[in-house]
Ligand binder design. Structure first.
Ligand code: 1GP
Length: 247
């Protein structure tokens, strides 16, 4: 089954957790250790990437190492056209729809597409929307940040993404954000779109995770917490349990 098929099948049963590992934040052995601990804590998918551009060799070596040690599907969450690898199970073929720079909407994608075709990596078209405060991805991606209180704007972008054929929609507050995407925005978007909804950025507690999942996120992403935590399992396990318990 495709990775997208696995995501769709799982979200029919329960809420899903994905662990984001940014290879720019630590060396390969630590990234692998984080993936192993995240799997033990119950995460469903591993996302590899971030907004700092990483070369193909580091992507290859990181993903190869993680694939050797874990069984969870690995999905690339690219920040640029160089962040691709034939070892990944899939890549979010994402477009930062509220960027002011066409490179983040279609430029990197055009550069990467022929290589991805040759590699035979599964591509999952995803509309990526960055909300205030946006953090690094907001700056690097030159995003016209969506106001975290403007439900109408978020819904309009999400509907446009779905109408363009995106198979996933990702609402992003920015890695390490002091606040999450507003739960009211998650609710409003969920009520209008039918493709799976991913929410990330600033989710560090059981309470945040629960609220975001209850508001309608099908998939909850956490990243910073695993980079900061000395004990990845202890930090992640309660959050993942909480997400999986939401009905
Ligand atoms: C960032 O949404 C992800 O792209 C995860 O955010 O690092 O704040 O968990 P955090």
């Amino acid at each position: 089954m495709t990775v997208y098929g696995q995501i769709c099948e799982l979200i029919q049963k329960r809420k899903v957790h994905m662990t984001l590992i940014d290879p720019a934040s630590q060396d390969i052995s630590r990234s692998t250790e984080i993936a192993v601990e995240a799997e033990r804590a119950g995460t469903d998918f591993i996302m590899i990437g971030g907004s700092t551009s990483i070369d193909m060799k580091t992507m290859d070596e990181t993903i190869e190492s993680i694939k050797k040690e874990t069984r969870k599907p690995v999905i690339i969450f690219p920040g640029s056209s160089s962040m691709i690898s034939r070892h990944a199970d899939a890549i979010y073929f994402m477009s930062l729809l509220n960027s002011r720079n066409p490179n983040f909407i279609i430029g990197h994608q055009v550069k990467a597409a022929p290589y991805l075709k040759k590699m035979g990596v599964e591509t999952i078209p995803m509309g990526y929307l960055v909300f205030d405060p946006g953090m690094t991805v907001g700056k690097v991606g030159e995003a016209d940040l969506i106001d975290n209180n403007k439900e109408d704007c978020a819904v309009a972008y999400s509907l446009a993404a779905q109408m363009m054929g995106m198979k996933l929609i990702y609402l992003e507050a920015g890695s390490g954000a002091p606040v999450t995407v507003n739960p009211n925005i998650v609710k409003a978007v969920k009520s209008q779109v039918s493709v799976p909804l991913i929410v990330g950025g600033g989710i560090r507690t059981r309470e945040n995770a629960s609220l975001i999942a209850r508001s309608g996120a099908d998939v909850v992403v956490t990243g910073t917490i695993v980079e900061k935590a000395g004990k990845v399992y202890d930090a992640l396990m309660p959050i993942i349990q909480e997400i999986k318990s939401v009905r």
